[in-house]
Design a protein around this ligand. Structure first.
Ligand code: 2DT
Ligand code: MG
Length: 188
């Protein structure tokens, strides 16, 4: 429909919960239903800042905690102009992690033994550690009090199809209701 803004749909939650799989399926389903929709993910590792973050996450480099927090933020800001442009052209954006991951993962460092948690297991990316992820989830739950997003919690222990159907319906609703707040989906 001409003139209608696209919806902003943010997928948040801990690692390996199926956000990326669901993000891809969601965009495919929305496009098949005749909407214009695109998938984005943060960190977006292809830019100069994204490469610094990728190397940090792969434990190939070390960065001071405040400084890495700001790099994650800068990595989102460098995409804001094109995101605004797309939304105003009516393209719905499905975003795999956004600012809530920024807060949840940084604050999870302070909730426990940050060293052990951020070192994690060999062969895994930084933060991919059970105790760390649990603290990040606690932090996400606190952040859901943030009313700038319309938050929904999905139970990720169900089948891929069941989760897909739920978030597809929520997303259709967000697209129809252009005045609505951005939709936030938290994986639990
Ligand atoms: P992926 O596994 O989704 O690529 O994420 N992270 C992410 C932060 O610590 N701060 C942020 O602002 C964002 C967007 C979460 C890689 C890791 O990066 C963390 C997991
Ligand atoms: Mg990961």
């Amino acid at each position: 429909m001409a003139g209608r803004r696209g919806a902003l749909i943010v997928l948040e939650g801990v690692d390996r919960a199926g956000k990326s799989t669901q993000g891809r399926k969601l965009v495919a389903a929305l496009c098949a239903a005749g909407h214009r929709a695109e998938l984005l993910r943060f960190p977006e590792r292809s830019t100069e800042i994204g490469k610094l973050l990728s190397s940090y996450l792969e434990k190939k480099s070390e960065l001071e905690d405040h400084s890495v927090h700001l790099l994650f933020s800068a990595n989102r800001w460098e995409h804001v102009p094109s995101m605004k442009e797309k939304l105003s052209q009516g393209v719905t954006l499905v975003v795999d992690r956004y600012a809530f991951s920024g807060v949840a993962f940084t604050s999870a460092k302070k909730l426990g033994l940050a060293d052990a948690a951020t070192r994690g297991e060999f062969g895994r990316e930084r933060y991919e550690d059970r105790a760390f992820q649990e603290r990040a989830l606690q932090s996400f739950q606190q952040l859901m009090g943030d009313s700038t997003l319309n938050w929904k919690v999905v139970d990720a222990s169900r089948s891929i199809e069941a989760v897909h159907e739920e978030i597809r319906a929520l997303s259709e609703d967000a697209i129809c209701n252009a005045a609505q707040r951005p939709l936030g989906v938290l994986w639990k």
